[in-house]
Ligand binder design. Structure first.
Ligand code: ATP
Ligand code: MG
Length: 137
């Protein structure tokens, strides 16, 4: 079984979409193996998105990710990294396939409701960034 990290971003939490998003994961057959609500510090957000530190949108992205609490989850399932990315839809909601989380609820390329790990390597890093072994069920 594969694991991935999902984050309901501050816009998803403030738009009261926690239940909707978890419902989508449940319906997809993913198992929620860990979950917590958390306010990211600037340092935590910068560390999480360090791969994007040279990108022009990095400062804004960190600002956005620290603008309110997030819900961090570990999801488990067959091929869950790729399947979760499919269910999320493209980064830009205008390009996201109909029915995906971002097509349904995201407002913009930045305010796009949700994060999902994009590879086995990033999933490993991102899960251990937020959860210790004993917090994952
Ligand atoms: P995520 O990593 O959050 O799951 P992603 O893999 O679809 O999203 P990335 O290219 O990794 O997209 O970008 C990380 C996040 O940075 C995006 O989800 C979005 O919030 C923000 N972002 C990406 N590109 C832009 C952009 N051109 N302008 C503003 N924000 C952006
Ligand atoms: Mg990404």
């Amino acid at each position: 079984m594969q694991k991935t990290l999902s984050i309901i971003k501050p816009d998803g939490v403030s738009k009261k979409l926690i239940g909707e998003v978890v419902r989508v994961f449940d319906s997809a057959g993913f198992r929620v193996a860990a979950m917590k609500m958390k306010s990211l510090s600037r340092t935590e957000a910068e560390g999480f998105y360090y791969v994007h530190k040279e990108r022009p949108f990095f400062t804004e992205l960190v600002e956005f990710m620290t603008s309110g609490p997030v819900v961090v989850m570990v999801l488990e399932g067959d091929d869950v990294i790729k399947r979760n990315r499919e269910i999320m839809g493209a980064t830009d909601p205008a390009e996201a396939a109909p029915g995906t989380i971002r097509a349904r609820w995201a407002d913009s390329k930045q305010n796009n409701i949700i994060h999902g790990s994009d590879s086995e390597e990033s999933a490993k890093f991102e899960i251990s960034y937020f959860f210790s072994e004993i917090e994952i069920f």
